[in-house]
Every structure is written in structure tokens, then in C-alpha cells.
Design a protein around this ligand. Structure first.
Ligand SMILES: Cc1ncc(COP(=O)(O)O)c(C=O)c1O
Length: 376
């Protein structure tokens, strides 16, 4: 099947680019001497995860119960659910702990640990737990310099109802950087904060079996990972416009695109309208800290995914994407019915809009991958 036969909008995965991205990070993990536990939340499909774990130990990272169940059913036996566990999910997590070789959950608060210990002791199990650390992203996690961080780690270490698997962080603040040098600083901070914290815990008598870090920008930028056991990048499978802007990849590495059709043209105001709105692309604003006018994705040619200069996706409503020409004549080469591809600002969110991905190789659709959707 060729792209002209697909109904728009739809999600295209460029297999060659994806395999190149996967090979690049796989090789980096081997070279830097760390175990790769890729995050599968970006694509949520078994086929892509199998490519990511090839030549690695097979562990993955998930972000929802639906992902955990989906990948467990597909034979994945070692997972970390890398969002602090909600008390309402404890029974489901314990069930996965019983069924799988390893199922680790995340905690960052004493109250969660109390609930987890209660549920685990009632079921006579001791689930694997990571203590989440905030290395600067200010989302979840304990501050490593706080007394609370050490007391919580001590408690987890001493508890008969959980098994402390290690400490874990995600340097989400790397996404706010303006260049590779700044990302490299965040990557060094992510590593150093965690190595120091683990060694403080060891000095306090807490055994730390694993130090787990990782995001796509920091793993792309870091030059040494001494003291770190595993990394959990995820977005690198597809990459996206934000990653290109902060220097993790080039635009021609981006493996996910949305196939769009022109549905309306307005030469008088130098605009054309695509049938890809917020429900196809998501409404991620993109790297506005680097270019306030970056728009909602990069408009490209359909055959070779080359950016079309002078066209910006300036507005989205539910099913409409407004493209403006600058200079004005830039829209003259586009007519109703033309097909274009849009590279997403944030591939994890864009991918999540689709119930299937059309896998493309040398201009032909060669496969269809079905991701899992929902939360449970
Ligand atoms: C806890 C955690 N680990 C790993 C990742 C993967 O990072 P990235 O999406 O930058 O590859 C994420 C992404 O949000 C995350 O939240």
C-alpha cells in the first residue's frame, strides 16, 4: 500500500529512522556501561518495545497500569512503573508483582509507603520499590538533601513488606534548556546528585541495589555514567521537534509524523487549512522558549518528509490546523487535496491520539502497529 491510499489524518512511523534511533541509544548504553530499561510510554506498542530491548536485558519502564498489563500479556517480565503509585492501584500492582519476574513501583511519600505496607502484608508479599528523587525537575520525588529522603530510604530498607530496589530520578528540567551545553550540565547534575545520594544512603547503612536515571535529552548529551546502573530514556524511539530544538537529534531523525490533507485554501490571507487539528497532533506548544513562533509542528513534504520552508502551523482547533505562509507566496504551492506530513512537537502526546500506526519503509506501508490506550 502507498501513502496515497491511507485515510487522513493518520500516524506514520518511519521504520528506517526508528531503527536508527533505537540503534544509536542501544549503542550508547553499551558504550557508557549502563543497563537500558527503555520507557515505552512514547509508543505503547509491543513491536517498538521489542526493537528497543533487543541486545539488552529485556526490562522496560511503563507509565500506566494499561501499559503494564499490555506488556505483561506480551511476555515482558521485568518492569518499573515509573509514576508514584496511587493508593487506588495497590491491589493491581501486587497482582502484577505476583505474575511477573519483577514489577517495581515508585514511592516518594511516607503515607504511600504506609498504604503499600498494609496492602503487601495483607497479601503476604514484598513488592519491589524504588524511592523517587527530585534531581531538579520539581515534579515528584524527595529532595535528596532533605532529612525526609534519608528517613524514607531507611524505612524502605528496614521494612519486611517491601524490597528496596534502589533510587530513581528523571531530569525533566532538561527540556527547558536552550542548547546542548546546558543539557550536558543537567545530565551531569542528574548523574552526580544520584551518585552522591546513593553513597550517602550506603554510608547510613541503606543498601542501594540500583541507581536509575534517564531522559532522552540527558542520555543523548551525557559523556560518562560512572556510578549509574540503568537508564530509562523513551522519547528517542520517535524523537520530535522539541528534541531537535534542544539538540538531542536532527529533524530528519524524527520517526513519527502525521499524514494530513489540505481541506481549505485562502490565498488572500496567505493561509491553508489541514485536517489535522489538536485531536491529531495534540496541542503541545513546542520549543517556544527557543522560538516563540515555532507553531504546532513542522510541515513537511509527503514523500521524503522534508520541511517546507515558509509554512508554519499557527493555530489548531479540534479538527483544523491553520498553516500560514511567510512570505505570503509560500502557500501558493499548496492546493486542496494535497497531502503533507507534520512532524510533531511532542511525539508521546501525538502518538497517543491514534489507535494504530502505519509503519512506512521506502515509501510503502509495510506494517500496522496497535498501541494500548487508556489507563487500566
Ligand atoms: C520517570 C520517567 N522516566 C523516564 C522517562 C523518559 O524520558 P524521555 O521521555 O525524556 O525519554 C520519563 C518521561 O517522562 C519519566 O517520567
Amino acid at each position: 500500500m502507498d501513502l496515497g491510499q491511507l485515510t487522513t489524518p493518520c500516524a506514520l512511523v518511519d521504520l528506517e529512522r526508528l531503527e536508527r534511533n533505537v540503534a544509536r541509544f542501544s549503542e550508547r548504553a553499551h558504550r557508557l556501561g549502563v543497563r537500558l530499561r527503555p520507557h515505552v510510554k512514547t509508543h505503547k506498542c509491543v513491536e517498538a518495545a521489542r526493537l528497543q530491548v533487543r541486545n539488552h536485558f529485556g526490562g522496560i519502564t511503563v507509565s500506566t497500569l494499561a501499559e503494564a498489563r499490555h506488556f505483561a500479556a506480551a511476555g515482558f517480565e521485568d518492569m518499573t512503573w515509573a509514576v508514584p503509585i496511587a493508593p487506588g492501584h495497590l491491589e493491581a500492582a501486587i497482582d502484577l508483582h505476583r505474575r511477573l519476574e519483577r514489577f517495581n513501583v515508585l514511592v516518594d511519600h511516607d503515607d504511600t509507603v504506609t498504604e503499600l505496607e498494609r496492602a503487601a502484608s495483607a497479601q503476604r508479599v514484598a513488592p519491589g520499590v524504588f524511592l523517587e528523587v527530585d534531581c531538579g525537575g520539581r515534579r515528584t520525588g524527595v529532595r535528596p538533601e532533605s532529612d525526609r529522603a534519608v528517613s524514607l530510604a531507611r524505612r524502605l530498607h528496614a521494612s519486611p513488606h517491601v524490597e528496596l530496589r534502589g533510587v530513581l530520578t528523571h531530569a525533566g528540567h532538561a527540556y527547558g534548556c536552550t542548547d546542548q551545553l546546558a543539557v550536558a550540565d543537567v545530565a551531569a547534575q542528574e548523574r552526580d546528585v544520584m551518585v552522591r545520594f546513593a553513597s550517602n544512603l550506603e554510608a547510613a547503612g541503606v543498601v542501594v541495589p540500583e541507581v536509575s536515571i534517564g531522559s532522552t535529552p540527558t542520555f543523548a548529551a551525557v559523556d560518562a555514567l560512572d556510578g549509574i546502573g540503568e537508564v530509562r530514556p523513551g522519547n528517542y524511539v520517535f524523537f520530535d521537534v522539541v528534541q531537535a530544538a534542544v539538540g538531542s537529534c536532527r529533524l530528519d531523525d524524527i520517526a513519527l509524523s502525521v499524514l494530513a490533507e489540505v481541506i481549505s485554501v485562502h490565498p488572500e490571507r496567505s493561509e491553508v487549512v489541514l485536517n489535522t487539528g489538536a485531536l491529531a497532533l495534540s496541542k503541545d506548544p513546542g520549543p517556544v522558549h527557543l522560538d516563540p513562533h515555532c507553531g504546532y509542528g513542522v510541515v513537511c513534504t509527503v514523500d521524503d518528509t522534508r520541511p517546507l520552508s515558509g509554512l508554519r502551523l499557527v493555530a489548531l482547533t479540534q479538527e483544523h490546523g491553520v498553516v500560514r505562509g511567510d512570505p505570503r507566496e509560500a502557500v501558493d504551492r499548496v492546493a486542496v487535496g494535497d497531502r503533507l506530513r507534520v512532524l510533531p512537537n511532542h511525539s508521546c502526546l501525538t502518538a497517543a491520539m491514534f489507535d494504530r500506526y502505519h509503519v512506512v519503509q521506502s515509501g510503502s506501508v509495510v506494517d500496522e502497529w496497535r498501541p494500548v490506550r487508556g489507563w487500566s
